[in-house]
Design a protein around this ligand. Sequence first.
Ligand SMILES: Nc1ncnc2c1ncn2[C@@H]1O[C@H](COP(=O)(O)OP(=O)(O)OP(=O)(O)O)[C@@H](O)[C@H]1O
Ligand SMILES: [Mg+2]
Length: 815
Amino acid sequence: MTAQSAALALGFHRAFVALFSELREGGARTGEVFTHGFAEPFSGGIGVGPVTFETLVRRGEAIRFERGRDAGTPLARGLAELNPGAAVIAPLSARGQALGLLYVDTNAPGASASEDDARLVLALAEQASLAIDNARLYGIETRKRAAAEALREAGEALAGSLHLSDTLERVLERAVTLFRADAAAVYERQPDGRTVNIRSALGLPSEYMLRVRAKVGVGVTGRAIAECAPVAARDLNTEHYGGSSRYTRQLLAAGRYPYRGVLSLPLITRAGVFGALTLYWEVPLPLDGDDLALAAVFASQAGLAIENARLYEEELRRENEAAALLSVARVLGENQSDAALGDTARLVTHALNAARGLIALTDERGEFSRCATYNLHVPSRADLQALAAQLGRGPRALTRRHTLPVAGSALIVPLLGPDRAPGPDHEPPGPPLLGFLYLDDPGTAPPGEHLLHLSRSIADQIAQTLTRERLLSALAREEARYRQLAEGAHDLIISTDDRGVVTYANPAARALLEPLTGPLDGADLLTLPTPETRGALNAAWHLARTQSGSRADIQVGPYRLEVRLSPVDGGRGVLTVSRDLSELQTLADEIARRGQALEAAASRTVEMRAFLTLFTQAQEEERRRISRELHDDTAQVLTATTRRVARLARDLSGEQRERANDIQQDLNAAIDGVRRFARNLRPSVLDDLGLLPALEWLASAASTLTRLEVSGQERRLNPATELTLFRLAQEALNNVDKHARASTAAIRVAFDGAHVRLAITDDGQGFTPDQAQQRAEAGHLGLIGLRERVTLTGGTLEVESSPGTGTTLVFTLPG
Ligand SMILES: Nc1ncnc2c1ncn2[C@@H]1O[C@H](COP(=O)(O)OP(=O)(O)OP(=O)(O)O)[C@@H](O)[C@H]1O
Ligand SMILES: [Mg+2]
């Protein structure tokens, strides 16, 4: 407006108002230029040389220029570009401060700049100066107020957000707006303390963000962090701050660094400097002292807001993790149904920011027996095996190749039970595998350190819950087993709490004691015995609570009980196992009685045997006597009678003689019969010649064709043994004749060392034990008699027979 009114009022053509942006000793440079009448607006500032500066600023005078008059002067050279016909330049100043200059000119032919023109322009400039100064003051005031307001608003906005990314975004936005910067970045000090990385930025080229790694102490940002104070580079084109990273140094050296003004403000918390907020301008730093102070206040506000958000976020994260762990424990702790497992899969998937999740569990034999998924089909056994093959000792990120189809990235975590001691079968020590967790996501970014850590905690939690449940159910099974044992036990089993109150009594205890003591549940164990034996039980009970175990003999009613006590539950209770000694005594008595009976029976058997032996001997003796009598007396008498009948016959004739001959024949037959009978009763050949000839006679007398075979060293045995063997062979051959229907039979005698073996074999029809048994029951005791006789001599009998294969009896006797 000033330029326009100056031009119009004074009849000039063009005019501009230029405001100083820099004042130096003996010179100045203008910033903003406001023009009127120029074909194109000015770009860049206008330099003011020392002479002009002296006239305008020091002396407060106007300068007149006329092309014709002033050609060739420095002023003409300075104005060459504007090329005016005539021009007037007047200073703008207010309150003793140079503000800028007012320039008017004309190109009219023969135009001049008179003294009057100069005075008029000067007057106008003075007036304009006041207006400009006022406007400026007002502008500054307004801007400061606006800045203060913006700061307050920024503070509020920053404090309003507790999400770190949100807060960072707001800090950058506000900073750029407030300070009219072209770009801004929040740098974060790395854990090593020496380097700083860009955490978040606004307006910075992405390559810049990726490649800038600043060093603490170097460059604008690095120095702000090291010095814990704002550092400003007004113009990197003229001032040298050095790049803090190689990338910025390269850009600076090549003159391709995109920014000129840079301001870095340290971000400070109670713990110290954690980073910096750095602002970038494509122009030289446009901030004055007030702005810088404002920026410092803003930075401290931003620092607090970021720190709060960080703390809050950390807090939130912990809370979420704790909540995830708790819900997993709660869901799985209640039961381990398929639904609970499915819920757990969902919880874990959410807690670990995944899209799909899977829990696979193994059974006791290590086979994958259960599987719950979220957003995922249940994978095949082969897929599960392939995943399990990728398991390590802890959580692992899976490469694309090993994930389930469609996933971009995945995570697998083993579920490990508590470490077990190496077993007797030298099972490899180390925690048993209960199963695994698998989580995946369509994105390809591998899970970060933090997620791996959380997944480990969750896996531990699940494993712990599973283990506890497995232990509890094993315990329940065990308990049921012990209870069954106790219920079925014959002994009296009673357990008490730490005061001796009965908490459990098995049926045996109830059956024996309750008729005497009333209900056992809740009764005081220590008052059950009779007063005399109460002390013993008390002492033993206290011993069992404090030490390992003890015993006492007590009396309850009529029962004498032997009680063994042992501590349970770390001495908080006592288990007693009692045995009824009175019953034991009865049992012992019964055993003794039966023992005596057995002994009596045994001695009766011995007596029987002795009697049998005597009986047999007497029988043999009797047979021998009868045999001899028959042979010596009856047969002799019959022989003599025969001779007499023969003599009588010689004296007779005719029919009488014939009858006498008949009598003689009958008598001869009777003599044969008596002799045979006598021999069968007791063959004299046995006494005279011994066993073998006697057996030979037996064989020849048998109606079955029978042969005698002898092996071993033949010898005479004692007469009793020879007689026994003869009788055995005799009865056996009788049976062959009677029952076998055999074509041949054999008697085999084998002498060996201290024994003699007699075998009677036939090739007849044989028999079964049943047949023999039935015969014996009908009173036919042939075989039984044989066995008895063998037993009496201390020998044995083996019978081999079955229908159709013949029969062999083998007698083995000492002798
Ligand atoms: N060598 C044999 N061949 C076939 N059967 C036989 C033979 N020896 C015994 N037995 C069967 O065993 C049964 C029992 O024999 P055992 O000598 O005990 O009685 P028994 O000969 O019938 O009568 P007892 O001997 O009292 O005159 C016989 O009835 C016969 O059926
Ligand atoms: Mg017989």
